[in-house]
Design a protein around this ligand. Structure first.
Ligand code: ADP
Length: 275
């Protein structure tokens, strides 16, 4: 039965606003919400979020990808969408399409100039996050993948509170102890806020020399797996430190543009299978 009023719809009566045409911004029309979190920046959270969303879209799922990293929106570049702008179709923000199955929204699509620095204070950021989540015309989605700001402060808290307790967290870390300590905090953060954790992804795990194929553990090894065991949450897998990931991200390409048996692509595919 079609609901005429959605509990999470910021405007209220979403049926009259075209929910059946998939033109609604109501979170009730999203089946699964995945929030990609990390204890600190630079560990590959956006890379994991983008590639997870692309893998789901390639598998025929209807996917939304939301970049809430207000100070460092990197999703437009990783997806080759830099310079695109979101249109306003009052009262909704229209996301940018990527391929057949994916809709993307980022603060990067709203700023007049890519070089502009966002220097808003807390309450303004909170309302911007709310707008990006609740007023983007996602339509009916199988998955909304959210690239969350790092840490355990106001911004990730706003994201989880707005999405609600059915949003599930995927936590990205690098293997070394300083990153793992932060991730431990991210796990307790999710537990306190009441959101389930799907598991931990260990990124930049071992560097395979392209010449001799020797593996060097630049950031140590196995920290993510040990942490997952210690905290009683699933370990989803490890992605190597791989120059082709950096290069493809800079060039607006994803891991699925690499050859089918590329180790980094296979690592991401294994993670998706576990999801
Ligand atoms: P975060 O979202 O955590 O700040 P990003 O996903 O933006 O991190 O990644 C930071 C940088 O590291 C980017 O240039 C990205 O291409 C690169 N990167 C991410 N994961 C890997 C990896 N496994 N191997 C090599 N480079 C990576």
């Amino acid at each position: 039965m079609t609901k005429t009023k959605c509990s999470t719809c910021s405007v209220g009566d979403c049926k009259s606003r075209g929910q059946d045409e998939g033109d609604t911004a109501c979170l009730d029309h999203i089946k699964n919400k995945l929030v990609i979190l990390s204890g600190k920046g630079g560990v590959g959270k956006s890379t994991v979020a983008v590639n997870m969303a692309v893998a789901l879209a390639n598998a025929g799922k209807k996917v939304g990808l939301l970049d809430v990293d207000i100070h460092g929106p990197s999703v437009p570049r990783i997806l080759g969408l830099k310079g695109k702008k979101s249109k306003l179709k009052a009262p909704w923000l229209i996301p940018v399409k990527w391929g057949e199955n994916m809709k993307v929204m980022s603060i990067g699509f709203l700023l007049p100039d890519d070089n502009e620095a966002v220097i808003w204070r807390g309450p303004v950021k909170g309302s911007l996050i709310k707008q990006l989540i609740e007023e983007t015309a996602w339509g009916n989605l199988d998955y909304l993948v959210v690239d969350c700001p790092p840490g355990t402060g106001d911004e990730p808290l706003s994201v989880l509170q707005i999405l609600g307790p059915d949003a599930k967290a995927v936590i990205v870390t690098t293997p070394q102890a300083v990153a793992i300590d932060d991730v431990r905090r991210s796990i307790t953060f999710c537990k306190k806020v009441g959101n389930p954790i799907v598991g931990v992804v260990e990124n930049m795990s071992g560097f395979v020399c392209p010449k001799c194929k020797d593996v060097t553990q630049i950031f140590g090894a196995g920290g993510g797996k040990r942490l997952a065991e210690e905290m009683g949450i699933p370990f989803l897998g490890a992605i190597p430190l791989d120059p082709s990931i950096t290069l493809s991200g800079d060039a607006g390409k994803t891991l699925f543009d690499l050859e089918a048996d590329h180790p980094s692509r296979s690592a991401m595919e294994e993670i998706i299978e576990k999801l």
